[in-house]
Design a binder for this molecule. Structure first.
Ligand SMILES: [Zn+2]
Length: 274
């Protein structure tokens, strides 16, 4: 089921939600050893080459917003998540419950876990990372609010992380890129580049094949997703695999494989942002 096709929309919105998802960032350079005698004046050429700093924090100052699809409290609050919101070219439900594997591993738990792993990796590279929700037991936020987080932070890149609920015979991953609906015209080009970088890194890093049921070479394009229609910054969705497919579900349910997924996505962001 592709219930998360549902869309977004609500006004207003919160940035840097809560301490857990506070805008991260690398720690600054450590102070020198106080026991070290004062150093003689150095010339510029004696200083640490800029390249050394760049190697340590290649994404220094870059702003990334990660949207973990759905939320653990959605299923128990149908009236709240079914509320219609405007997505630029129509209306959609505020949010959806997502899918789950046959064994009961929920998509919202998967997206939350991968998002936390990815945030940690990107922060270690110097990026300022914000998640669109602060736990996996709340409701929403609406898809429009998720998009607004990236807009208000003027993010350099944003991603919405999902896993699909397609027919069991379908397997593999795909990226969803935006189609311009006018209001998001300026972010389509960047989103296309981001999508390719993430597609290549994910394919190489995880070994998960391109989707055999949607898109071309693992790239699909849509204009019915509030998270893309309402975004002003480069953004794509990824369906990391099909939770209804036995082979994909086994991978998505493995914590070590989820780390591999996060590692791969981090490399894709580094390619796009560097
Ligand atoms: Zn989803």
């Amino acid at each position: 089921m592709r219930i998360h096709r549902g869309g977004p929309a609500v006004a207003g919105l919160a940035l840097c939600l809560g301490a857990l998802t506070a805008c991260g960032g690398s720690s600054g350079p450590s102070a020198g050893d106080p026991a070290t005698p004062p150093a003689a004046p150095t010339t510029d050429s004696a200083r640490t080459p800029a390249s050394a700093k760049d190697d340590a924090a290649p994404l220094d100052g870059k702003v990334v917003v990660i949207d973990p699809g759905h939320n653990g409290g959605n299923a128990d609050h149908p009236s709240e998540i079914n509320k219609q919101v405007k997505i630029g070219n129509g209306s959609k439900a505020c949010d959806t419950t997502g899918t789950e594997t046959k064994a009961g591993y929920a998509e919202h738990a998967f997206t939350w876990d991968v998002s936390k792993r990815l945030a940690k990796l990107l922060r270690a590279r110097g990026a300022k990372v914000t998640l669109t929700r602060e736990d996996d037991k709340s409701v929403g936020p609406c898809i429009t609010e998720r998009a607004a987080v990236g807009n208000e932070l003027k993010a350099d890149a944003a991603i919405s992380i999902h896993a699909d609920g397609a027919a069991a015979s379908g397997h593999g991953f795909h990226i969803i890129e935006p189609i311009s609906i006018g209001r998001n015209a300026d972010m389509v080009s960047g989103s296309t580049k981001l999508g390719k970088a993430l597609r290549d890194a994910y394919h190489e890093g995880t070994g998960i094949p391109y989707s055999n049921y949607l898109g071309k070479n693992a790239i699909d394009r849509r204009d019915d997703l509030g998270g893309l229609n309402m975004s002003k910054v480069p953004k794509v969705f990824i369906e990391c695999g099909n939770m209804q497919n036995k082979s994909d579900a086994a991978k998505l349910s493995s914590s070590s494989f989820r780390q591999r997924i996060a590692d791969s996505l981090a490399k894709g962001f580094e390619t796009y942002l560097s």
